[in-house]
Design a protein around this ligand. Sequence first.
Ligand SMILES: Nc1ncnc2c1ncn2[C@@H]1O[C@H](COP(=O)(O)OP(=O)(O)OP(=O)(O)O)[C@@H](O)[C@H]1O
Ligand SMILES: [Mg+2]
Length: 255
Amino acid sequence: MKNIVEIRNLHKIYSGGTHALKGINLTVKEGEFLIILGLSGSGKSTLLRCLNKLIESTSGDIIVNNEDVVKAEGKNLRRIRRHIGMIFQQFNLIKNLTALTNVLTGKLGYVSLGHSITFSRHKDDVKFALENLRRVGLRDFSNKKIKNLSGGQQQRVAIARALMQSPRLILADEPVASLDPATADSVMKYLGELNKKDNMTVICSLHFLSLARKYGTRVVALKDGKIVFDGKPTDIDDKRFKEIYGEETEEVKIR
Ligand SMILES: Nc1ncnc2c1ncn2[C@@H]1O[C@H](COP(=O)(O)OP(=O)(O)OP(=O)(O)O)[C@@H](O)[C@H]1O
Ligand SMILES: [Mg+2]
């Protein structure tokens, strides 16, 4: 299988001086469902955000889809990002607009809150948006406003929006952190389907080992900005678990 992500000796030092990533080396193959585990502050979000240059790395190489992300600027960066879907913990949807409209904003790439909202009304785009809502089980909810949807449904809208770019790679930063376990599982199920049926590569940070075991083909654990484990989810035994999480509560493991 082809490498879709290659990270070499990646460092990120924030302007305040926090050294959040300390020499990350990571290669991800097409079709993997990679779970990033690690305590709060270990660098998961920083790593995911460096991958599509939502934040600038300090040094090291990042290659995604054979493109140099570190060097990319402007138009070139937008083109690279078009093949990378991004899903956040806070769904980043526009609450007063319908599910369909939110999905349509995905056609234009990233929409950050506070910026003016633009979306396509082209009939091919509308058709594709409805198809993507169907893929996440929400075809009948297209005209509902986001604020009237449950947390799990909202996150599925966020997945449908990411699909508008037909991404080869999906980055999901704790996509289920604010959901109850059953709802979290149903959202993960849709990501799992995209991975299996469409061969989309997924890189997803999570807090819970049980979900990592159920959906991940591989787990990378971060601790204090370094990779402390890289292997199969089933290889995380109690000893490994303590290395990753210290003496954290059992709850992390069970959920
Ligand atoms: N914008 C920022 N400016 C300065 N420091 C930051 C910034 N974002 C994160 N950090 C610091 O970088 C380190 C890694 O943070 P990061 O958000 O990547 O961790 P995380 O593993 O995603 O944590 P969580 O599980 O809480 O989301 C932390 O020490 C954090 O305080
Ligand atoms: Mg985070």
